[in-house]
Design a protein around this ligand. Sequence first.
Ligand code: SAM
Length: 221
Amino acid sequence: MIFDVITLFPEVFRTYFKQSLIKKACKKKVLKINILDLRDFSSDKHKTVDDKPFGGGRGMVLKLEPIYKAVRSLRKQKRKTKVIFFTPRGKKFNQKMATKFAKLDRLILISGRYEGVDERVAKYIADEKISIGDYVLMGGDLPALTVIETVARLIPGVIGKSELLKQRITKKKGFIEYPQYTRPEVFEPQKGARWRVPKVLLSGDHKKIEQWREKHSRIIE
Ligand code: SAM
């Protein structure tokens, strides 16, 4: 699967992906992450990508043309592709959406900045408008990283086999993530305090363990 990120901060992505399972997956060619610097698609020598808002108001707005050119440079290939634009006014991102995206060949992610982005990007260029939550960030880079991480881990070859098995159970039964513990079985931070691992997880009884995990998972439809 290919992720293309259109951003004003390519270094953020390069640094982040230098050290993670995603880097390994890229090496194995399971994933490809293509980072596009929006300024490379500007048409003037100062590499301008923003302008004042029509109608007045504070701050600057990202221009339509550089984003249009960046997306057009990618859309030539015939693949199952979606263009995602990040905005706090978009549809709230969730696991179900991630599962749908993981079936595509390519996701083009447009990260906004400043006071926002010319609304024609949302109207004419984006296939989906996505928010990662009801709060306003300074830019769409963290939302883009969030989507990449969530979708990438659903692609075979990115994470380990035990994770994939967990995901298969999750898909069948419709629950998402349960609490995890590791050694020691009992931790004593101070005299008289004993922080224990639930007994059932030490029992070796796989059926009971699965029931416990199901009970303690967050259910999603
Ligand atoms: N006024 C803009 C609007 O209503 O879309 C928000 C501008 S915000 C300061 C700058 C950029 O950060 C947005 O264009 C968007 O790409 C990104 N952003 C901020 N909060 C977000 C959220 N909760 N989900 C997704 N993207 C977000």
